[in-house]
Write a protein that binds this ligand. Structure first.
Ligand SMILES: [Zn+2]
Length: 152
């Protein structure tokens, strides 16, 4: 198994009607061999695993080797603006996935995609859906801080 340092939280930056096939098609368009996330949580609370945890996913350029990526479907409104539109089911299931992962990788830190700085030397195009300042459209470090705190 890989050494996991970070558990990244993402939004898919799509309408909440986005299906698994839509998402997989998007990865394909980007030319990615592996999916962007290990787990995706849909608005109805269904959790889909897209990759085994020992596989490197494409969530955050430069960080993927030591990361697990978890995303919820949504994160933009009808105008395409960033919004935290998680359903209660998504919030609940996100938390349960993160709890499980944290138990499996106690040394890993849970954080949002936007919590890391971009690699400014990378001249690749930043897709709007991966704007680092917005994804996952809520403050994951604050919301999951009790999970990150070491057990006392
Ligand atoms: Zn992201």
């Amino acid at each position: 198994m890989r050494k996991i340092k970070r558990i990244f939280v993402h939004c898919t930056a799509a309408r909440q009607t986005q299906t698994l096939n839509d998402l997989l098609a998007e990865f394909k368009r980007k030319g990615w061999k592996n999916p962007g996330y290990h787990y995706v949580v849909f608005p109805n609370g269904v959790i889909q695993q897209l990759a085994s945890e020992d596989v490197v996913a494409n969530g955050v350029y430069g960080y993927n080797k030591e990361s697990i990526h978890v995303a919820y479907v949504g994160g933009i409104d009808n105008q395409g603006k960033a919004i935290d539109n998680r359903t209660p089911e998504q919030k609940e299931k996100l938390l349960s996935v993160l709890k499980l992962l944290k138990k499996r990788y106690p040394a890993a830190e849970i954080l949002g995609h936007r919590d890391i700085s971009p690699d400014n030397n990378n001249n690749g195009i930043v897709d709007p859906w991966e704007r680092i300042k917005e994804c996952p459209c809520f403050d994951a470090k604050v919301e999951y801080r009790t999970l990150n705190q070491p057990e006392s």
